[in-house]
Design a protein. Structure first.
Length: 251
């Protein structure tokens, strides 16, 4: 846990945030060029297949974000340190955003291919449930007045809700589905090398973008905690820095 906390602190420091920002911007530009210019259109779907270069990496980021929520929820329940709770909240917000993007782009893709914006396909249905679970997670964070109770309840939802992630990923293999099989970075079937490279760069670019957004959101979260500590300080008779240190240490 301590090593994970040190790694998290290094990544989310201002210098790490700036580096992530530049790397994410460069990777997104490279992904855009590869997917729009270098990669050829699909033999059947034409240019419509280019949605894949955003849709699939967005789905990956949602898995990654909710995986971080799962780990941070366990971390909070074990240590009671607010940095784990803050990490879970920040990652859940980003995960909800990218899950919504995945669903919207999937619907746009489905209309010309399947003839409908939405169908209760196992992949689509379980993804919609996943979105609702983590919207509920964010709602739970606003229910209790006690920050510690809020964090505990959210951590439980973050752990239990993650069960749906492997269900979403494997749904096309477990049930009859219109959706194609899960994407793989290696040995992609029926695609050219340039399409595979473009998709791989897309995965990298969206992962870096996730890390950058996470670093920014964590910095905002720390500022929010300081504002709360400074507001409480006169009422409890302790300096704001002491209150922040106690919360960080699990007090």
């Amino acid at each position: 846990m301590k090593q994970a906390e040190r790694t998290m602190a290094a990544i989310t420091a201002r210098r790490g945030e700036r580096i992530l920002g530049w790397l994410a911007a460069a990777a997104l530009v490279a992904s855009g060029i590869l997917s729009r210019v270098v990669s050829p259109p699909d033999a059947d779907q034409g240019d419509l297949v280019r949605l894949m270069y955003i849709h699939v990496p967005s789905a990956w980021v949602s898995y990654l974000a909710f995986g971080v929520v799962f780990v941070s929820s366990i971390g909070y329940l074990v240590t009671r340190r607010t940095r784990w709770d803050r990490l879970g909240a920040a990652s859940a917000e980003i995960g909800v955003l990218f899950t919504a993007i995945t669903i919207v782009l999937g619907s746009i893709w489905a209309k010309p291919v399947w003839g409908t914006w939405w169908t209760w396909d196992p992949r689509l249905t379980t993804t919609a449930i996943l979105l609702l679970i983590y919207v509920g997670y964010l709602a739970v964070r606003r229910l209790p007045d006690s920050p510690s109770m809020r964090a505990r309840w959210a951590a439980v939802v973050g752990i239990v809700g993650f069960v749906d992630v492997p269900i979403v990923h494997l749904s096309v293999q477990w049930w009859r589905s219109l959706h194609q099989a899960p994407a793989r970075l290696l040995a992609l079937p029926n695609v050219t090398a340039s399409m595979g490279i473009a998709l791989g760069i897309g995965f990298l670019a969206f992962t870096l973008a996730y890390l950058y957004l996470l670093a920014v959101r964590l910095r905002v979260g720390r500022l929010e905690d300081r504002v709360v500590a400074e507001a409480l300080s006169p009422h409890v008779g302790q300096p704001a820095d002491v209150l922040l240190e106690e919360a960080t240490a699990g007090g």
